[in-house]
Ligand binder design. Structure first.
Ligand SMILES: Nc1nc2c(c(=O)[nH]1)N[C@H]1C(S)=C(S)[C@@H](COP(=O)(O)OP(=O)(O)OC[C@H]3O[C@@H](n4cnc5c(N)ncnc54)[C@H](O)[C@@H]3O)O[C@H]1N2
Ligand code: MOO
Ligand SMILES: [Mg+2]
Length: 395
């Protein structure tokens, strides 16, 4: 058995670059940008009025004039008007081009308009007030976004403003999710007393969905020959195989043996941790990376978050932000294993507090559904107090 740290290093050493693909603007949320985005024009592209009101030449106000006949209206979306007489003003709307001949905008709240004449009620008018000057935010040709940027909704907005309806992003792997075991039935079946529904596959498919990956779903039976045939096909058409179950010491835990007959190179089998001790990790020669999660639902879930997710993020260039949290109550854990505690989170006075939820075993799906995070308490200690921060993984 290896330590959590060793497992992480070995997994990080197997990351794969899946290349680049082009997707539609509304398909790119959460993806990693793989291109440079340049400003196709200045931002803002013209001197933009920022308040509804009137535009004047500010020096006129400075020389004592405070009434300005209204020459016309400059609306947003209309071509730029010109103020013909510098003693006059133009009404202007937020988002309009500042008219030629004007350099300041006074909001409606600071004027009175009567019989076509605007009277300024303000003490001061500064040149360029309430004007968002052309090119302030970016000049045409300047870099707006670099490869590696995570596409958030605000980034989608910027891409749209730049006229991009297709975007180059890092390609995601093709993933197969495989449940194993003769006790598993489909979720729309009524299980016999000795059967259970295969919930792990759906848990994995949905957490992959959050990564924009729509994986294929498979059920491998506890028959080594049939399992081998099924896996051969799955291996041939995927970049990653996520398996749950059949990696422990049971008489029907055929997975390691079957994989070995398919060109599997074991990188490790077993981590000094709870849950997830029998985790099997390796790679098919010239084929996919294989994560063999232990079948208990909590083990599958924890190993996905602690090992697969960082591997995926490293492969596609998503930066990992390490988080820490304080225990909500002291924990005693005697085995010499790292303990990944399921926790609920609270934030009193800005402190992140992780309170362990009590699971009966790593088969406890009911409490698993209450978890908001995983707090990793390191191996080599028995007692964990509330005054020390530990590594937190959000789920
Ligand atoms: N003699 C030993 N026995 C066990 C050890 C050990 O070290 N020595 N380790 C235990 C630990 S820890 C775990 S975790 C499990 C892992 O077992 P497997 O990976 O072989 O998984 P299975 O035996 O196939 O199933 C375990 C458990 O999980 C349920 N399961 C499996 N797949 C699904 C699914 N898709 N959806 C819902 N539930 C699933 C399965 O029915 C079993 O109850 O081994 C311990 N034993
Ligand atoms: O680690 Mo097993 O994963 O304890 O149930
Ligand atoms: Mg087993």
């Amino acid at each position: 058995m290896i330590s959590v740290e060793e497992a992480r290093q070995l997994i990080a050493a197997t990351t794969v670059d899946f290349g680049i693909e082009e997707v539609g603007l509304l398909q790119c949320l959460g993806r990693v940008l793989a291109q440079v985005v340049l400003a196709d024009r200045d931002y803002p592209p013209f001197n933009r009025v920022t308040m509804d009101g009137v535009a004047i030449l500010s020096s006129r106000f400075g020389s004592g004039q405070c009434v300005f006949p209204v020459e016309g209206i400059q609306a947003a979306g209309s071509a730029q008007l010109t103020l013909h007489d510098a003693n006059n003003c133009l009404e202007v709307m937020t988002g309009a081009m500042l008219p030629k001949g004007c350099d300041a905008v006074i909001p409606y709240e600071q004027i009175e308009i009567k019989d076509g004449i605007a009277k300024l009620l303000t003490e001061e008018v500064k040149p360029l007030q309430n004007v968002h000057l052309q090119g302030t935010d970016s000049k045409a040709g300047q870099k707006l976004l670099s490869p590696g940027a995570i596409i958030t909704p605000a980034v989608v907005g910027l891409l749209a403003a730049s006229g991009l309806n297709k975007v180059q992003v890092k390609r995601l792997p093709k993933v197969a999710v495989c449940a194993t075991g003769d006790e598993l039935v489909e979720i729309d079946e009524t299980p016999l007393p000795h059967q259970i529904r295969q919930s792990n596959s759906y848990m994995l498919l949905s957490t992959l969905q959050a990564e924009n990956i729509s994986a294929s779903r498979h059920h491998l039976t506890d028959d080594p020959a049939a399992m081998k045939d099924q896996l051969r096909e799955i291996i041939a058409s995927n970049n990653v195989v996520l398996l749950s179950g059949a990696v422990s010491k049971g008489k029907f835990d055929y997975l390691p043996q079957v994989l070995n007959g398919l060109g599997f190179e074991t990188i490790f089998h077993g981590i000094a941790q709870r849950p997830g001790k029998p985790f099997l990790f390796g790679k098919i020669k010239n084929g996919p990376v294989v994560f063999g999660f232990p079948g208990n639902p909590v083990s599958t879930f924890v190993c996905y978050h602690l090992y697969f997710k960082p591997w995926l993020h490293q492969s596609i260039g998503k930066e990992h932000q390490p988080l820490k949290a304080f225990l909500g109550r002291p924990v005693t854990f005697k085995p010499n294993l790292a303990y990944h505690a399921l926790v609920q989170l609270s934030y009193p006075e800005g402190r992140v507090i992780a309170s362990p939820v009590d699971t009966s075993t790593s088969g406890d799906m009911v409490m698993l559904a209450q978890a908001q995070g995983i707090l990793t308490l390191p191996a080599g200690r028995d007692e964990f107090g509330t005054d020390e921060a530990f590594e937190l993984t959000l789920v």
